[in-house]
Every structure is written in C-alpha cells, then in structure tokens.
Ligand binder design. Structure first.
Ligand SMILES: [Zn+2]
Length: 389
C-alpha cells in the first residue's frame, strides 16, 4: 500500500514548486537573494524526499513554501496525518512552525492553534492543551464548537467538573446542545460530595441534574434519600424511572426493595412490580416479584411464578434463580445434578456483559455513564433479553 504521508509530501513539494515559480513570475519586486534562498530550500527538500528522509524533507518544504490561504490546508493535513500515525512530536513541530509565521491571518492562526491543541491533548500534555483552548475560547471564533468539545474532553480527563460546567454556561446560547452532558457533570459533582459526606452539596447538584430529566440523577437522589433513611421519599423518587427511562428500572430495584421493606409496605412494592411486569418486564422485576411471593406464599409458589415468567420471557438469570429455589428442596442425586446445573449457568452468566453502549457497542460488566470507548454520555444501558435483563 502507498504511504499516505509520502503522497502528501509529494503534494507539498509540488505546491512548493508551483508557488515558488508563480511568485518569481509575478513578484518582481522581491529581492533576488530571498528567492534564491527559498529555491535552495525547495531543491534540498526534494533531495531529502528522494532519499526517503521525510523529517528533513518536511523541514525544507515548510521553509520553502509561503504560508497563504492556498497552502495552509496542506500543512494542516500534514500535521493531522502525523497525529493520526502517533508521530506527535512531528505534528506539534509542524503546527508550531506554522503558528510562528507572521503572515497568518487571525482565522488561520486560530485553526492552527486548534490543531496544536489536538496534538497536545493526544500527547497527554493536558495543561498546554487546556491553556491554549481557554485562550481561544475568549475569542468569538466560528470554529469554537470543536474547541468546546476538545476542552470538555480535557476537563473530563482531569475530572474538573466545575470548569466543564462553567465552559458550557459560557458558550451555550439556548438550544441546549450540552444539556445531557451538563446533567452528568452535576451528577459527578454530587458523587464527589457524597464520597466526602457533604450531603448538602450533593443534594444541590442532584436537584440541578434532576431538572434536566437525567435518570442517573434520579437514581442518585433515590440512593441519597435511602441512605438518609427518608424511605418514603426514596420509594417515591425511584418510581419515577418507570416514566423517565424504563430500561433502568432494573437499576432501581434493590433500593426500592430496601425502601419498601423499611416502610413495611410489601403491598406498595407489589403494586409497582405488577405495573412494571405488565408494561416493561425484566428479569430484575421478575426476581424481585418472586422474592415477594416466596416471603408471602413460600418457595414452591415462587418457583411456579418464575417458571410462568421464564416461559413468557426466557432468561439465564431467571433459570439460575429457579435452580437455586429447587436446590433447597431437593436431596441426594437430584440435588447434586442441580448444583452442577447452577454452576453451569453461573459460568455462562460470568462470561456475559451486563451493559452496552447504544452508540458504539462497547459492553462490559460495569455501568459507565460516560462510555470508555466513544466517550458519549448516557448511552450505556442494561442489556435486555435472554442473556441480560
Ligand atoms: Zn460508546
């Protein structure tokens, strides 16, 4: 396959030749020794290119080629190509060299700065990238959308949630392009506050996120109320998920069971679970219902309930719970067989992912509110179906 970098270098050399020739024809007022020097750099560059000395070739072509509206894109593409190939030193060098040119217009300079910021971020030089982007965002540049996205990615890596919120507040002019992201940043602040038992700050940030209809905020609020023993409130808040985003009902079930238990309200839980089973059935709801049946009517009745449900919606987790129930009521060889079967289903479940990103398909056992692969917020959800919920 032909190396794209080599192709680009040949293009740069052709451009350099073209512009040098053009300038010699049109700009007679230029001093001859200056042109001679640039011509020299051009031929030196060609020589390096022929000898496959790409670094030296780039250096010479950059010196030879006048930076103007016609050639800047070529250099930007060259820098990007280095970045994509992981040659970050060369990408930074190319963009820094461009930036040092006094002939750049303001628009060109901002475009090169953005490229340089991308290089810094990819190279892990977050402080440099952050500082460059902060300066750029003080201008009202039309390309600032990309700068905002890049600086938000820097703040996310640094876990600077408040700075990320401030930037969105600064640039968001109606439309709510960053609303979901903003809600998650407030949730992050709330999680940090919860870790240090700062309930007041946590509650304040969760409330702001809740106002943006964020299911994570609802779960956080339910968890907070539950930990404060405000069980009536936690039960009320968590039942909102039914309307907000039913895929996450399974995430709220353990807290709901705990809240209704503390309220001595098996009836309240039963009514809610029945509603979920009718409209949005999931294995978590089936198993919570089976636990209620077991407490009220015994294991046999709970077993019958699970069989009835897994016939309608086959699931590995349901099968595993059914085996568990039957192990308790079996003896000798049948019991041994059931233990073997349980081990088998547990092995199968251990290999299956629990959550999947609807944007890029990344899956795993943990619920990442920001996908580790595509970095989209709020796209990861519990997997439904036979192997999931
Ligand atoms: Zn993803």
């Amino acid at each position: 396959m032909f190396d794209p970098l080599l192709l680009l270098l040949i293009l740069v050399s052709m451009l350099a030749g073209f512009f040098l020739g053009n300038r010699q024809r049109k700009q007679h007022r230029y001093r001859q020794f200056h042109n001679d020097s640039l011509n020299g750099e051009y031929f030196v560059g060609l020589n390096y290119l022929l000898n496959e000395q790409t670094d030296e070739a780039i250096e010479s072509f950059i010196k030879a080629l006048e930076i103007n509206v016609d050639t800047i894109d070529t250099y930007i593409v060259l820098g990007r190509l280095f970045r994509r190939r992981g040659e970050l030193d060369k990408a930074i060098h190319t963009h820094q060299d461009l930036l040092a040119r006094p002939s750049l217009t303001r628009e060109q300079s901002l475009r090169v700065q953005l490229e340089l910021a991308h290089d810094y971020v990819k190279a892990g030089l977050l402080d440099r990238g952050e500082s460059l982007l902060e300066d750029m965002l003080k201008t009202s540049w039309s390309g600032s959308d990309e700068s905002v996205k890049l600086i938000l990615s820097v703040y996310e890596q640094e876990k600077e949630w408040q700075k990320a919120i401030d930037i969105i507040r600064l640039v968001q002019k109606g439309g709510g392009q960053y609303n979901l992201q903003l809600a998650h940043y407030y949730c992050e602040l709330a999680e940090v506050a919860l870790e240090s038992n700062d309930v007041l700050t946590a509650r304040k940030n969760i409330r702001i996120a809740c106002a943006r209809d964020c299911v994570r905020a609802t779960l956080l609020l339910g968890r907070l109320e539950c930990s404060m023993k405000n069980y009536r409130e936690s039960a009320r808040v968590l039942q909102r998920i039914y309307q907000q985003n039913p895929v996450f009902i399974s995430e709220s079930i353990p807290l709901l069971e705990h809240s209704f238990d503390a309220l001595w309200s098996a009836r309240g839980l039963s009514v809610y679970l029945e509603k979920c089973l009718r409209e949005y059935p999931s294995t978590a709801v089936v198993l919570a219902s089976a636990r209620l049946v077991a407490r009220q009517k015994g294991d046999q009745e709970a077993g019958r309930f699970i069989v009835e449900q897994i016939v309608k919606r086959p699931s590995l987790k349901g099968l595993s719970a059914l085996i568990d129930l039957n192990i308790h009521n079996s003896e000798a060889r049948p019991k041994q067989n059931l233990i073997l079967l349980r081990e088998l289903t547990e092995c199968l479940l251990a290999t299956k992912p629990v959550y999947r990103c609807s944007y890029c398909g990344f899956d795993g056992k943990a619920l990442h509110w920001c996908c580790p692969k595509c970095h989209e917020w709020g796209k990861t959800e519990p997997i439904m179906g036979v192997e999931g919920e």
